[in-house]
Design a protein. Structure first.
Lengths: 899, 114
């Protein structure tokens, strides 16, 4: 039947107007009948005779309706609806199967989509900047393993003039700024930007103007210091006042004028930051006062450099050009730093350009590998779920063989049967996928928060909202999983000849057709599950070892309170007295056993290192910290020799140093360091060593404790240094925060509110990636074990139920129950064995890729592998046990009778 | 359709009935009974259209867009379904009738041969 448009429309209409059409048809026929009756009466018949004759002519009314109906119905659609309702009914009859199928699929799809949106937002998504493919990120490559992306200003200036390579070049630095609010300063995230930043990013402001080269001068433009704010800041700070342009912002105790507002979707060149304020780079001495990184020239590496490449140049051409001009620029820019020039020449430093269409964030490098690993795990789980569902559906289809054969005999085409089976699988797949996709955004958001944790410090935002790429990915996996799950069982179930089907079913003579696909799928499932379990074991063990590796200090009960002193008026001795007062006030809190100060909190990714040497000796790099008296007591770091710092240890009394054991072994392998002297490289300052303390982890829990040294805070020469209060307390923490705030409001009212964190938190955040990886991999492994177990159980149960009569005959002929059990058990055992072997081989091969994640754990750790194999073996055995027991309890008579 | 045939098989026979129905409606809209009556009368009472064939034919033609249907009042003011030719239907009528003319001429040639 050729389906033309009219027919199609007509049939579709009939779908929705069924009742009306039936009524009309009945009316039409009744009309005809009445006219016929009248004519018969006119021809001479009586009323009753006429009626009877008319009815006879027409025949069966129901048949009429059917025939006319047949013309109009939209057969394919009606079949579809019928199949769907039938499938739903079937699925409702086996709720256990349906629920598990939906859940496993939802898990696989949801996890994959969630992780992919993370991958997308962190690794793939480009900035929404016009012609973003022209953007470049500049880095510095050398013989050292990593590329550096932070530059000193003189190098940037050297590159800025190379217009033959770059249309424009810009630099930026993300920081927090102290902005005067109602009563005190508040910390607001912002970015320092160079002259061409806004012109290069080509995003117009919604109000006013953006910063131009005129603003990027030390004293600003003739109108004063300019600042551009974000739309969000305009909302929160100025209440969207239309008079915001020209209003004043006091940043770092200096007056800035708001000259423009940027739209909400503009976030700059770092996709992870949401700066509220943009100020010119030249105002850095004001913002960072009393520090001045611009003045520090080539000693301060702080800005990120990006730009647009010149038209017609490719990335490779630019890199070739950069290689040749790197050293001339360095020599010119670092003319006051000859040792640096020498080091650069020796280690072949040169500039490199990379694609910057996705902006730049240093977090990307550290998270690429964990995210990719996570993605692979999710892919494994999805594949597992699909294989499981497909094999379960196949088993179910096999159990329905008789029903299908009967349908075939009654005239259903094979196509119709496949369609019905396909619909059933598709329904499951679609429902499971839909559930997974709805949950995915929630999961990805919470995953982003946990994974990134404190990685970038405050103000790191990962936008995991789905975009086109995520949607197409989700659609792709949905299609893939539904295809896999749907087609395989459907085609398989209707293969084979009709007679065989009818004779099969539960007949003993079947010698059941060897379904070759199913064992392969189950074995692959087992293999995948083993890989996931091994991975989980490795991550979990690594995490435990990391956690218990000891930090060298005891974080329990240690609280850090950060104070920002750089914008308040006191300095020097008065500032030290202020610190002392604060410390004193806190030490009176109940439960506090020690109070001290530290410039750097361990494990927070802040570093400070200096070269030291014995007089006339070789210089070594030491990691530094500035600490107050009682620091080692507060942190429970053992002091092996010497004495602690005192408040009286100021510079006039002689520079003091405390070194740790590694440093002691480094410099003084054969003698006591106490009383000895070390010289600090550049400044030739002389330090007397007063104590030796235990080693402690510095930046990372993973790295071994470096050789380190401590100076007293009273001898730190920075202007208005900001220190953290380190409090060791056995009591509650919340009152400490309140006390700290009251103390600072009373003693230093200008400073922003102190921020309280616990050392235990810092430790947790330091290993947050490892924690998340371990948690997720264990979760996935448990799911994998569960799903595989259910799959093994389900398929075995179905397969066994088909062999009831065979088993009955065997037992009637004398087989013992135990041998029947063994028979049933064996089929699964073989599958599981193959799967374990394959999985083992794959796990051993793939685990090498994980070695960079692991801490003190070999990727081929025999204990982990053995326990993984054992656990999977136990699951497989338990799963096969119940059907085997059921098979053994079959009564021979009952089994044969159902033949 | 024709009394002699009891089954509507073969496209030729079915097509012939549909052609007759189209012709019946060429003169204006009619309801189903009127169509059968007109064919019966116009064929000198030789052709009697069975109801079992008429209505499927009418509905088929309506489905294919060759006829359009409207409910209206019959001669004795009762509600009836009236069919009328669409432009498509008129075109089809012309092609069918010229095809029929050619066909019957061809058959005549064959039967007149000795």
């Amino acid at each position: 039947m050729s389906l033309n448009l009219n027919e199609f429309l007509g049939r579709t209409k009939s779908l929705f107007r069924k009742r009306r059409m039936n009524r009309e048809m009945a009316e039409e026929l009744e009309f005809h009948q009445s006219l016929l009756r009248e004519r018969l009466v006119r021809d001479g018949l009586s009323q009753s005779q006429a009626r009877a004759t008319a009815r006879r002519t027409f025949g069966n009314t129901a048949r009429w309706h059917e025939r006319l109906h047949e013309l109009w119905q939209f057969r394919t659609l009606e079949n579809l609806f019928r199949d769907i309702t039938f499938s739903i009914r079937l699925l409702r009859k086996t709720p256990g199967f349906t629920v598990i199928a939906l859940l496993t699929l939802a898990l696989g799809v949801g996890a994959n989509t969630a992780v992919f949106s993370l991958v997308n937002s962190l690794l793939l998504r480009p900035l929404s900047i016009p012609r973003g493919d022209e953007l470049l990120v500049i880095g510095m490559d050398s013989d050292q393993p990593n590329i550096g992306y932070s530059f000193p200003v003189p190098f940037f200036r050297g590159l800025e003039s190379k217009h033959e390579l770059f249309q424009n070049l810009f630099a930026f630095f993300s920081t927090t700024m102290q902005v005067r609010g109602q009563s005190a300063n508040e910390t607001i995230p912002g970015t320092l930007v160079s002259a061409d930043y806004f012109t290069a990013l080509e995003s117009p402001p919604i109000l006013g103007r953006y910063l131009t080269p005129e603003d990027d001068r030390p004293s600003g433009s003739p109108e004063g210091l300019a600042a551009v704010i974000s739309e969000g800041f305009w909302q929160s700070w100025f209440n969207r006042s239309p008079n915001v342009i020209g209003s004043r912002l006091t940043i770092a105790n200096t007056a800035f004028t708001v000259v423009g507002v940027m739209p909400k979707r503009f976030i700059g060149a770092d996709p992870l930051r949401r700066p509220s304020i943009f100020v010119p780079l030249s105002t850095e001495p004001i913002i960072d006062a009393p520090q001045d990184m611009i003045k520090a020239g080539t000693h301060a590496w702080w800005i990120t450099v990006m730009g647009r490449r010149q038209n017609g140049l490719t990335l490779e051409q630019i890199n070739v050009a950069l290689k040749s001009i790197s050293m001339p620029i360095v020599r010119d820019a670092a003319s006051d730093n000859p040792s640096q020039i020498k080091r650069f020449e020796k280690e072949h430093y040169h500039f490199v350009a990379e694609s910057g269409s996705r902006g730049f964030t240093y977090i990307r490098a550290s998270f690429r590998k964990p995210l990719v690993a996570l993605f692979c795990m999710c892919g494994g789980i999805l594949l597992l779920a699909c294989l499981n569902l497909a094999s379960l559906l196949m088993a179910r289809g096999a159990a329905r063989e008789r029903e299908l054969a009967t349908r075939l005999a009654m005239g259903a085409t094979r196509r119709r049967l496949i369609q019905q089976l396909l619909i059933e699988s598709l329904l499951l797949a679609l429902a499971g996928t839909a559930i997974g996709l709805t949950l995915a955004p929630l999961v990805s958001q919470s995953l982003a928060v946990t994974l990134l944790g404190g990685a970038g410090g405050d103000g790191v935002h990962l936008d995991t909202s789905p975009d086109l790429r995520v949607f197409s990915f989700a659609a792709a996996i949905a299609l893939f999983s539904t295809g896999l799950i749907g087609l395989i069982p459907a085609i398989h179930a209707t293969s084979g000849s009709l007679n065989e089907h009818i004779k099969d079913g539960q007949h003993a003579a079947s010698g059941h057709r060897r379904n070759r696909l199913q064992p392969i799928m189950l074995a692959s499932e087992v293999a995948l599950a083993l890989i996931l379990v091994v991975g989980a074991g490795l991550f979990a063990t690594s995490l435990v070892r990391l956690f218990t590796s000891g930090a060298g200090f005891n974080p329990k009960g240690v609280v850090n309170i950060s104070l920002s002193m750089d914008k308040q008026p006191l300095d020097g001795d008065p500032l030290m007295r202020l610190y002392q007062q604060i410390g004193e006030g806190l030490s009176h809190q109940p439960g506090v056993s020690a109070v001290s100060f530290a410039r750097i909190i361990p494990l927070t990714h802040f570093t400070w290192d200096e070269d030291h040497a014995r007089p006339g000796g070789v210089s070594h790099d030491l990691y530094m910290n500035g600490v107050g008296p009682s620091y080692f007591q507060a942190m429970s770091i053992p002091m092996y020799q010497g004495r602690d710092f005192r408040w009286s240890d100021t510079i006039p009394s002689g520079r003091k140093l405390i070194i740790n054991q590694s440093a002691a072994h480094l410099f003084f392998p054969n003698q006591s360091p106490i009383g000895q002297h070390l010289l600090r490289g550049g400044k030739k300052d002389d330090f007397e060593i007063v104590a030796v303390v235990g080693d402690a982890k510095y930046e990372n829990l993973r790295d071994t404790p470096p050789a380190a040294a401590y100076v007293p805070i009273t001898q730190i020469e920075d202007k208005k240094p900001s220190f953290n209060v380190v409090v060791k307390t056995a009591g509650p923490i919340a009152p400490l925060a309140a006390t700290a705030r009251t103390l600072t409001t009373r003693l230093a009212p200008d400073i922003p509110a102190p921020v309280l964190t616990t050392m235990e938190n810092a430790v947790q955040e330091n290993i947050s990636t490892e924690r998340v990886m371990a948690m997720l991999s264990v979760f996935f492994a448990c799911c994998a074990l569960l799903v595989t177990g259910i799959g093994l159980y389900g398929t075995l149960a179905y397969n066994t139920s088909r062999r009831t009569s065979e088993i009955g005959i065997r037992m009637a002929l004398g087989a013992k129950r135990s041998s029947v059990m063994a028979l049933v058990f064996r089929s699964n055992a073989v599958v599981a064995a193959f799967g374990l072997a394959a999985g083992l081989a794959a796990a051993l091969a793939a685990s090498r890729a994980l070695s960079s994640f692991l801490y003190e754990t070999s990727p081929r750790d025999p204990w982990i592998i053995i326990s993984a194999v054992l656990s999977l073996g136990i699951i497989a055995s338990v799963a096969s046990l119940y059907p085997a027991l059921r098979a053994a309890r079959i009564e021979p008579i009952a089994a044969i009778r159902c033949e | 359709m024709l009394r002699e045939e009891t089954q509507d098989s073969g496209d030729l026979i079915q097509g012939t009935l549909e052609m007759l129905v189209l012709k019946a409606l060429a003169r204006g809209p009619l309801h189903g009974y009127a169509v059968a009556e007109w064919i019966h009368q116009t064929s000198q009472q030789l052709l009697k259209v069975e109801e079992g064939a008429l209505y499927p034919a009418l509905h088929r033609l309506e489905l294919r867009g060759l006829l359009s249907a409207n409910w209206g009042a019959s001669e004795n003011n009762r509600r009836a379904k009236f069919y009328q030719l669409t432009a498509e239907g008129k075109k089809r009528l012309n092609t069918e009738s010229s095809r029929w003319a050619r066909l019957s001429a061809a058959v005549a040639f064959v039967m007149q041969a000795t």
